[in-house]
Ligand binder design. Structure first.
Ligand code: 9MR
Length: 369
């Protein structure tokens, strides 16, 4: 039986989804046929989405429950939520998401133990004084933080983004943060070692946003160098999370397929598992017209996913939100024409879009892993 059906009213009225009024009580006008979770599972892929504690209204959760087999907290496991002050740990927002996953039989990913980017550290941590022996104190802090977070969530988190975005896309080098100033590359090693120690059953992942479009060459090079170094130094790491915010640099039509394949080939050649961790499609260089835009988004997604699913090392695929109204892109990279972005599988009224069809088609075409 399909997971979701059009509503009776929808069918009886013979209306197109777009013509329906939106009411608070409107049931989900979701896709008919198998869920994305089921389509993915047939190919050995786990499908899911980010979920944020602030967007848990019932109609949205209906979509998440119908479509997803795995959830990742969008912000609630980040250090700026958990550790707003030194020696204070607030797990309440993260527990809300973890509870939802558990109650609904979904797996849980963790994002992220070390987001090694100054911009996303709480102010107190950014200005931290590691004292007379900064390397020792920075290591002590990092290990202790990772221990607290990993032991709090225990085995429920089956896969951790241990380190996120530590490569500067402009230089290809490791970013400058309080941890790299005190420890250099060692902070990355320490983070993975602590994660292995305190989350011994979890898959450990490096996650970053280098993309397949023009303009990402230096970023890709830097990430590859990092992946090589991690292997050369025997750092405990299992997977490479490719965020997949495609179109994000405004070059949606300028994919560098050959360079991208060479990049992924190199990662799998080093025996990394692959994950799509944060998929969405930024439509800011597509025209205003909704139909044209949705078609452009769907086409870019199909091309991208066909390429990615051709790698059997890829067995997790998460969207960064399931509906347009809950996408980070609305606030972060608004369109010049001021219309809302349409980057996710469902629109703001929770109706499935051509992007959902493209995802379903790519999953159906994917080889089994
Ligand atoms: O979607 C997230 C947004 O709500 C937050 O304000 C922002 C800063 O914490 O982070 C966004 O998620 C990012 C993710 O954690 C890492 N990769 C890029 C994502 C989009 O910016």
């Amino acid at each position: 039986m399909p997971d979701l059906l059009p509503t009776r009213r929808h069918v009886l009225a013979g209306l197109s989804a777009a013509a329906l009024p939106v009411m608070a009580s409107t049931p989900v006008l979701a896709a008919s046929g198998p869920s994305l979770r089921a389509l993915a599972a047939e190919k050995g892929i786990l499908f899911g989405s980010a979920l944020s504690a602030g967007t848990m209204e019932p109609a949205y959760l209906d979509i998440v429950k119908a479509e997803c087999g795995v959830i990742v907290p969008e912000n609630e496991f980040k250090v700026y939520v958990i550790a707003t002050q030194p020696d204070r740990y607030n797990f309440a927002p993260g527990d809300t998401i973890a509870g939802f996953a558990r109650d609904n039989g979904m797996k849980l990913r963790g994002h992220t133990l070390l987001w090694n980017k100054a911009e996303f550290m709480p102010k107190w941590l950014l200005n931290i004084d590691f004292g007379a022996n900064p390397a020792r104190e920075a290591e002590r802090y990092l290990r202790d933080y990772i221990k607290r977070v990993c032991t709090h969530y225990g085995d429920q988190v089956f896969s951790w983004d241990v380190v996120n975005e530590t490569i500067d896309p402009q230089t290809g080098d490791i970013r400058d943060t309080p941890f790299t100033r005190a420890l250099g590359f060692d902070c990355i090693r320490i983070a993975f070692e602590a994660a292995r120690e305190y989350a011994p059953k979890a898959q450990l992942v490096y996650n970053d946003y280098m993309s397949w479009e023009r303009g990402n060459e230096t970023h890709r090079k830097g990430v590859l160098k990092l992946l090589e170094t991690l292997r050369a130094k025997n750092v405990p790491i299992d997977g490479f999370g490719i965020q997949s915010h495609i179109g994000n640099d405004g070059h949606i039509k300028e994919a560098q397929n050959d360079q991208w394949r060479a990049f992924i080939d190199a990662a799998v050649g080093m025996d990394y598992k692959l994950l799509i961790t944060e998929f969405d499609v930024n439509d800011k260089d597509l025209p205003t017209d909704t139909a044209v835009r949705d078609a452009g988004v769907a086409a870019a997604a199909k091309d991208y996913l066909d390429l990615m699913f051709s790698y059997k090392q890829l067995d997790q695929f998460l969207c960064w939100g399931m509906s347009d109204n809950h996408s980070w892109l609305q606030g972060w990279t608004p369109r010049a024409d001021k219309t809302p972005q349409r980057p996710t599988p469902y629109d703001a009224q929770y109706r499935p879009k051509p992007l959902r069809e493209a995802i379903a088609a790519a999953l159906k075409a994917a080889p089994k892993r």
